[in-house]
Design a protein around this ligand. Structure first.
Ligand SMILES: Nc1ncnc2c1ncn2[C@@H]1O[C@H](COP(=O)(O)OP(=O)(O)OP(=O)(O)O)[C@@H](O)[C@H]1O
Ligand SMILES: [Mg+2]
Length: 260
């Protein structure tokens, strides 16, 4: 599928992001090579969405660098796509939503027709092609967002909580679509709240907490024996704010003066 040069690896060098006077992403250094599926987990407010937005170039680091090392002079934006938690659809038909995205990439009309049929078919949306996109159910809109991203044949696809608020059947079909996109050679980098989904979808897992990358490990290791103790608590299903509160209290009790 990918006949042009790969824009990967993607490298983050000591990336921080500040907004509203707060450091929300702190000193992140990591690399994404071609191949595996990466799933990013962590509690609410950990910085997962900000991290994806930084990688996709929707926001810029306050400190540090983000480099597509394979890109040389290639236009990396045209080689990546992102699917958001709440899909944004144009007030047009299902097929016109994909058509518009392809037109922006200067794909000819003849090719567009073929690509639209193919991607709607694969996402199981063929019968809805002439429906107004905005009347689709939430799950159908999410599938359309994936079909649209798929149609662009990106080298890298970022997905932010792609199945949040979907029922199990819709979640299953969205996961199948993501796996099929990956099979075709697209690098998958996604976030989820659902640890079951992380187990099903990840080759490697990144754990974020309070803006920091605390652990990155192959999926087996992450779930069986993560090195970081907060990652261990997270995998066990403990609420981290509670855990942090308990640790602070323990430190205070130990020191006896409450100054920790
Ligand atoms: N523009 C902004 N200005 C100030 N704070 C922000 C801004 N954008 C995000 N934040 C804060 O940054 C933190 C990380 O947000 P982010 O949306 O990345 O978290 P998340 O891990 O995706 O959480 P969730 O699991 O709830 O989706 C949050 O505390 C959020 O309130
Ligand atoms: Mg988020």
């Amino acid at each position: 599928m990918i006949d042009q040069q790969s824009i990967l690896p993607l490298r983050l060098d000591n990336v921080s992001f500040e907004a509203g006077g707060k450091r929300l992403i702190k000193d992140m250094t990591c690399t994404f090579e071609t191949g595996p599926r990466t799933v990013i987990v962590g509690p609410n407010g950990a910085g997962k969405s900000l991290f994806l937005r930084l990688c996709h170039g929707l926001i810029s680091p306050s400190l540090g660098r983000i480099v597509w090392q394979g890109a040389e002079n290639a236009d990396t934006r045209a080689q990546q796509a992102m699917v958001f938690q709440r899909p944004v659809m144009l007030r047009r038909s299902v097929s016109a939503n994909i058509d518009y995205a392809l037109k922006l990439r200067n794909i000819s009309r003849q090719q567009r027709g073929k690509i639209i049929d193919e991607s709607l078919g694969r996402a199981g949306l063929g019968r809805l092609r002439d429906h107004p996109a905005r009347v689709l159910s939430f799950g159908e809109q999410q599938k359309l967002a994936l079909a649209r991203a798929w149609a662009l044949k990106p080298q890298v696809l970022f997905l932010d909580e792609p199945t949040a608020s979907l029922d199990p059947a819709a979640t299953h079909s969205v996961e199948e679509i993501i796996l099929a996109i990956h099979e075709q050679g697209t690098r998958i980098i996604m976030t989820t709240h659902d640890l079951g989904q992380a187990k099903r979808m990840a080759d490697d897992v990144m754990f974020l907490n309070r803006g920091r990358l605390l652990e990155r490990a192959p999926v087996r290791k992450f779930f069986d024996e993560p090195d970081n103790d907060l990652a261990q608590a997270f995998v066990r299903g403990e609420l981290l704010w509670w855990r942090l509160g308990k640790d602070n209290k323990r430190n205070q009790d130990r020191s006896g003066n409450g100054n920790h």
